[in-house]
Design a protein around this ligand. Structure first.
Ligand code: ZN
Length: 480
């Protein structure tokens, strides 16, 4: 069930440290030595126009050498770096993409401002009516050095009516900034944000709507997110991560548009949704399931994007079929259609090269559906060999151990993981055969054996096909 969050302001300037100040102009004494683990606290403020963010960064038991800009292209947005002391402020310089801090600052707090204007299009910094989509990548400077175990926290001071959305875990004392906020791309927003807390499969979904939200359609959007997230439990015992920030970006229109899964600072899904989105569009949408699925697998090397996109593409249809968001026939027709289109498109590069270049060549269909075809071949082969549930069990285990893994995985590592768990040499040969090849994986034989015949309206599922039982098991609602 959905429940609306009360109109409670976010924690404001909790002063986690004795010397932690509010906002960017806080004065603070030099650090104290406590004998505890090193820590850094960010006191963050934005102005009412959402044009300037001010941060005061206070180390404890740690001597900072520099604050580094996460995205070098945004270095020019960093302004007025300064040492903040009770006696006053001392200006610092910006050198390329970092603010060096000399040793004579003696652990004092460092302040800086970030210019959040002028308005810019995109997903990292964009202004809308009453809000700004502002990724922490743009405004969160990374403290260096940052020894393992350093506790990094943040508190916000916000004007009336302004809220903050970041994927960082939060408790009554404020936000804890995970290491991934400094190493992977993330999302964030400030302004008049709509907010709803959902609970699905044991996970907390922090659903944030930008702009005017969805008005009377909001309950439809909520139900769509709930059933999309619940589809993941057709594979996993619970939702694969404990907390997700879902950023809904309303756009003109009645359809669901682009989506993106991010990991920096915590699992995040961004979805562009038409502000007058129709029930029909929400019913047939696959984007939310696809993006949420990404959170259940580790990050892969860009050259193996075919595998992360392939698994997500394949399982989107499988899970929607199991959850009866698609009927069995439509789910199989969608897979068949995807393989056919993927086979027709592409630039003739190898799958790995196609993956690396797809943002320039737009060979997305090729990459996504070649990966999905490999997932199908592996899944069916494992089931044929008597591995109950095929790829399901290894993917469940992968989610448990490694969904939030810091390092990027290779296809070979994934193949070894699957083959070890299943005791079968299935995934490794498929990776060896297709990753370095320009051939589209041949699914015709497998689809025929499963009894998937014809296309579109003429498609039939053949009841007495040799592997009809496997086909039915693949789309059967999960028993617990
Ligand atoms: Zn994807």
């Amino acid at each position: 069930m959905a429940r609306r969050e009360g109109m409670v302001r976010l924690p404001v300037c909790l002063g986690l440290f004795l010397f932690g100040g509010c906002g960017g102009s806080a004065a603070a004494p030099a650090s104290v030595v406590t004998g505890e683990a090193p820590a850094v606290h960010y006191s963050i403020a934005v102005d009412a126009e959402l044009r300037t963010l001010s941060a005061t960064v206070c180390p404890r038991d740690l001597r900072l050498a520099r604050l580094r800009v996460t995205r070098p292209e945004d270095a020019s947005r960093v302004q007025r770096p300064r040492v903040v002391r009770a006696a006053g402020e001392v200006p610092l310089e910006i050198e390329q993409d970092a603010v060096p801090i000399s040793s004579d600052t003696d652990g004092a707090c460092i302040g800086y401002d970030v210019d959040l204007g002028p308005p810019r299009e995109g997903f990292w910094l964009a202004h809308g009516g009453g809000h700004v989509l502002a990724s922490p990548d743009v405004w969160l400077l990374a403290p260096e050095p940052r020894p393992a175990g350093t506790r990094v926290t943040a508190s916000f001071t916000l004007p009336a009516g302004v809220r903050v959305a970041v994927p960082w875990p939060e408790d009554s004392r404020g936000h804890r900034i995970p290491e991934t906020a400094f190493t992977m791309r993330g999302a964030g927003a400030f302004g008049a944000l709509g907010r709803e807390a959902l609970s699905v499969g044991g996970a907390a979904l922090d659903v944030v709507s930008l702009g005017d939200g969805f008005g009377e359609r909001a309950p439809l959007v909520t139900r769509w997110l709930e059933r999309s997230a619940a589809a993941l439990t057709q594979l996993h015992d619970d939702f694969p991560v404990p907390r997700v920030m879902v950023l809904l970006l309303p756009q003109p229109g009645d359809d669901v548009g682009f989506g993106m899964a991010l990991r920096g600072g915590g699992p995040t899904v961004m979805l562009m949704v038409g502000s007058s989105v129709s029930t029909e569009a929400l019913d047939k949408d696959w984007t939310a399931v696809h993006e949420l699925f990404h959170l259940s697998a580790p990050r892969f090397h860009p050259r193996d994007a075919w595998l992360s996109e392939g698994l997500a593409t394949y399982y989107t249809d499988i899970l929607m079929g199991r959850a009866r968001m698609l009927d069995e026939k439509s789910a199989w027709d969608d897979l068949r259609d995807g393989f056919q289109r993927g086979n027709r498109r592409g630039t003739g590069r190898t799958l790995r090269q196609e993956s690396l270049d797809m943002h320039e060549t737009y060979a997305y269909w090729r990459v996504y559906w070649a990966g999905a075809a490999i997932a199908l071949l592996a899944d069916v082969e494992l089931r044929k060999r008597g591995v109950d549930g095929g790829l399901d069990a290894p993917l469940r285990e992968l989610a448990r151990c490694c969904a939030q893994s810091k390092e990027a995985w290779s296809a070979e590592r994934f193949a070894e993981f699957v083959d070890e768990r299943t005791g079968q040499a299935v995934m490794k040969p498929l990776v060896a055969r297709y990753a370095g090849s320009a051939d589209f994986p041949d699914t015709a034989e497998v689809l025929a054996a499963l009894g998937v015949r014809g296309a579109g309206r003429d498609m039939t599922l053949v009841e007495d096909a040799p592997r009809a039982g496997v086909r039915k098991a693949m789309m059967a609602p999960r028993k617990r």
